[in-house]
Structures are given as structure tokens and as C-alpha cells.
Design a protein around this ligand. Structure first.
Ligand SMILES: [Zn+2]
Length: 289
């Protein structure tokens, strides 16, 4: 299921130089920071399309604050209390800024429609691990690229793929009209790929003798296999149980429902309390200075 936003592929350029992400990560976003800058976008090779007509200007501090909260997954209630929501991005600039806080750097051609799912998945995972800065520390900087399909030895049949040192690619299949591709599945797949990136990055830090020395090979192997999470967790190779478990940790059954006729023919089971503790021990508590 796709969000009902216009998706007209006009080539309007937007974005920021990479160094500006740091500024956004520390200071609250103000509406004046959200101007679109074609020259900067061209410089980092990013094109975002399909947002024309969606942008409305904020005229008050309250409006800017509400948009900033929404981009971080919170709605402001009547009494100023914050309620957790799926992140909403009011324009490409605020979306790219939030992705940058998480350590995700989009390059190439993206539609605003597709890129929003990446932001939503990242914000949902960040909420669980303790914030976007924590997620960035776990994952390191990752380039995210939108392509029609994979091309290396194992990726052509997948909806997304993560490569050690080369970032994450997302393919047409993930955003297709296939009725099994629900919004939750897209966001869950984003979390799945980020979990691979975390696995690779923590392994790299282990090799560098940083505090992340939790496992001699990959952190994913610290998680013992247990319940049936998904077909892919079982058949996808030794590193696929970990990202499926992390996606289950964030989205539960919504990630891959097992109602008849959907993703799973076998009844899915949630991760065990012991597996949950191992995931939280790594993603929330592992020191990463
Ligand atoms: Zn995978």
C-alpha cells in the first residue's frame, strides 16, 4: 500500500551539503532553514522529485516546532503533550535533515514519496534504540541509493540490499503495487537493512578494538536462533535471522503478517524475552564512544 501523495517525476533539485547535517542535528530546525537549494543538491548528487504542491510555508514558531516534532515521530496534543506517531515530513529539506541525523545520506534520484518511508523506518528504529544520534553511532554513515533493481551476485531478486562499506540500495520492487507490500512492510524492510548496516559497522568497530567488541565476527551471531520469525530468517543465510529479529522487535507481526494469503504460510512467532534482551543489550546499551 502506498501513501496517497502526488508522485510526479519532475526534476526539481533539492538538498544540502553534507556538513550542514551536523548543524541540523544540534539545533532545532527552523522554517527558514528549510529553503531548497538546487546548487547544493547538484553538488552532492541528490535529486528529489514529486513534492511540488505539497509545500506550505510555516509562519509561526509553533508551526515550525510541530513540523519538527512530526519529522521526529511525535504529534503535539492540545495540552502540549507529545504522542508517538509515524514520522511525517512536510518537505524534502526536513526529511533529508532527519535522515542526516540518523547517519543516512540519500544520493541519486529519489521520489519524495519513496524517501519518506526510509525516514519513517529510521525514526521508528531510532525511537527504540534511544534516538537518532544513537542510531547513527550504531550504524555509521550510510549512503542510501534508489535503483530499479540489484545487480550484484545475490541482489537482483531482492527489494533492498545492504553492502559492506557501500551503503544501502532500495529497488523498485519495494515500492511496487504488489498488495503484499504494505506500508509496514516497507518500513520494516528499511529497519531490516539498517540492522544489516549496524551489524557490519559494529563488526568493523570490533576489528578496530573499539568498545563494540561484542563478538569476534558479527554481532548478528550473538543472537541465538529461536522462534520462527519468517521464512527469510530461516532460508536467507546466517546473517538474516538478526535483521528479521530486529524488524520484529520494532514492528512485531505488522512487519510480515501471517494471515492467510499473505507473506507467511507458517504461523509466525515473536522474538523471545531472551532474544529481546540480547538485541537491547547491543542496540540500546552497548557503549560506543
Ligand atoms: Zn537481509
Amino acid at each position: 500500500m502506498r501513501m496517497n501523495l502526488t508522485n510526479i517525476w519532475l526534476s526539481i533539485l533539492t538538498g544540502f551539503f553534507l556538513p550542514t547535517f551536523a548543524t541540523f542535528a544540534q539545533a532545532p530546525l527552523s522554517c527558514s532553514d528549510q529553503s531548497l537549494n538546487p546548487e547544493m543538491a547538484r553538488a552532492i548528487g541528490l535529486t528529489i522529485t514529486g513534492f511540488e504542491g505539497l509545500i506550505t510555508e510555516c509562519k509561526s514558531e509553533g508551526c515550525c516546532r510541530a513540523r519538527n516534532n512530526a519529522a521526529h515521530g511525535y504529534a503535539t496534543g492540545d495540552f502540549n503533550e507529545l504522542t508517538r506517531i509515524t514520522a511525517q515530513f512536510y518537505d524534502p529539506a526536513i526529511l533529508v535533515a532527519v535522515l542526516g541525523e540518523a547517519g543516512l545520506y540519500p544520493t541519486g534520484l529519489w521520489s519524495f514519496h519513496d524517501l519518506q518511508y526510509i525516514g519513517q523506518g529510521a525514526v521508528d528504529l531510532a525511537e527504540k534504540v534511544g534516538g537518532l544520534a544513537r542510531l547513527k553511532a550504531l550504524m555509521g554513515r550510510q549512503r542510501i541509493t534508489r535503483k530499479s533493481k540489484g545487480y550484484l551476485w545475490k541482489c537482483p531478486q531482492f527489494a533492498a540490499c545492504t553492502f559492506i562499506g557501500l551503503g544501502i540500495e532500495f529497488y523498485d520492487e519495494l515500492f511496487s503495487d504488489n498488495p503484499l507490500i504494505t506500508d509496514d512492510f516497507i518500513r520494516g524492510t528499511v529497519v531490516h537493512e539498517i540492522a544489516h548496516a549496524i551489524d557490519f559497522n559494529l563488526a568493523r568497530l570490533s576489528y578496530l578494538s573499539k568498545p563494540a567488541r561484542i563478538n569476534p565476527i558479527f554481532p548478528s551471531s550473538a543472537l541465538p536462533r529461536g522462534p520462527y520469525l519468517s521464512e527469510y530468517a530461516i532460508t536467507g543465510g546466517f546473517q538474516e535471522y538478526w535483521p528479521e529479529a530486529v524488524s520484529d522487535w520494532v514492528y512485531g507481526i505488522k512487519y510480515k503478517p501471517n494471515a492467510k494469503g499473505t507473506y507467511e504460510t507458517k504461523v509466525r512467532e515473536p522474538i523471545t524475552p531472551q532474544q529481546r534482551a540480547i538485541i537491547e543489550n547491543i542496540l540500546i546499551d552497548l557503549p560506543l564512544d
